[in-house]
Design a protein around this ligand. Sequence first.
Ligand SMILES: Cc1cc2nc3c(=O)[nH]c(=O)nc-3n(C[C@H](O)[C@H](O)[C@H](O)COP(=O)(O)O)c2cc1C
Length: 426
Amino acid sequence: MTEKLLFEGIDEPGLATLPVYEQRGGYESLRKALAMTPEEVLKQLEASNLRGRGGAGFQMGKKVSFLPHGSIEKYLVCNADESEPGTFKDRELMQKNPHMLIEGLIVASYAAGATRSFIYIRGEYVQQADVLDAALREARSAGYIGEDILGSEHSLSLLVHRGAGAYICGEETGLLDSLEGKRGNPRLKPPFPANQGLYQGPTLINNVETLSTVPTIIRMGGEGYAKLGTEQSTGTKLVSVSGHVQRPGNYEVELGIPSREIIYGLAGGPDEGRTVKCWFPGGSSAPVLTADYHDVPYDFESLAKAGSMLGSGAIIVVDDTTPILDVALKTAKFYRHESCGKCTPCREGTNWTVHMLERIDRGEATPMDLEIMASVQDHIIGHCLCVLGDAMAMPIGSMIAKFKDEFEAHIETRRLEGPVPAGTVV
Ligand SMILES: Cc1cc2nc3c(=O)[nH]c(=O)nc-3n(C[C@H](O)[C@H](O)[C@H](O)COP(=O)(O)O)c2cc1C
């Protein structure tokens, strides 16, 4: 049974309010951190080996250490865009325990020397944004946010900024452009945000779950936290499980447990009589795995070794009743719709992939189209301005590789049925 860190007491009534959060020891980690120097706090973050929970899995402590030192104005931005299909963990954290995020954010800003901060939240999360605004008002009046926090020399402003519902605004540089009031397009990297981010200033960007983990790290000590999980994937992780399972939801697990325990043990597996055809281990951007991979430990390195990724920590289960063509079309259409269009491989690649899948569906394709479609995916990966294009090409490429026979059977069956008349919606 996983020790609950992020979800400890998550359903306690009133946890979203300051009095209940404080009764449970809330803001004690902030007091403890402010009694240390920023360098000592950074050491704890580094010792914890915490890897970012937003998708890329980059070590948080290392990212903080990349920020320049000195009196230059620095920013901290919390990525609360959570637009990756299948991912809904940050939503629960913000809704039920907003002060944990705020506390983590203040401690991180202290370690990074940042004095201005923002929570960029996706526009659809209206209720969660309202909860955060209310918690922020409480935190301000209690002296946790503002000038000379709790009598220290650290000051911090914090604003909740509501996005307008674009997946690309979850990509860190698209997010920064959007926060600056521009159209949310990704920027060329380098320079990375740690050097040149918001308003050209050094900026630390972290996901909601990453920042919400910071108070626990300070409480347990970095080394104590690192004892949980595996050597390279420390701690616990919230996993959103959706699709064909009997108990979809968010589960907190210690990293490294067999994936089977999440899919079957916690989420109940597919309905009786059905089997798992494939599953996305880390949101819809992750290459799919088949049921043969159920025993892969759920952690960053094991999933990468298995040919996929932990990503945002969202498992989507697809059962044997679903045609793989439908899964591929649904996935590709999402990315085509969300491509910002700034770079050619992504704009054209997502569009042509949808066209080719539709040709299969309409009975107009030949097996050669499958080869062309696979090569299009190879040409997208690694050639885009940001990884949105890769986020489509990786799962689609994996579906073609793992379900080639089924795609070929689709092509043959549809061909024998004859082309669908023009204008038919497929
Ligand atoms: C297209 C795209 C969408 C993304 N969406 C999100 C998102 O919704 N939330 C998030 O935290 N990170 C998202 N990311 C990852 C961020 O760019 C960035 O790596 C992350 O916010 C860093 O925080 P972390 O180190 O705490 O994980 C996205 C990346 C890409 C390429």
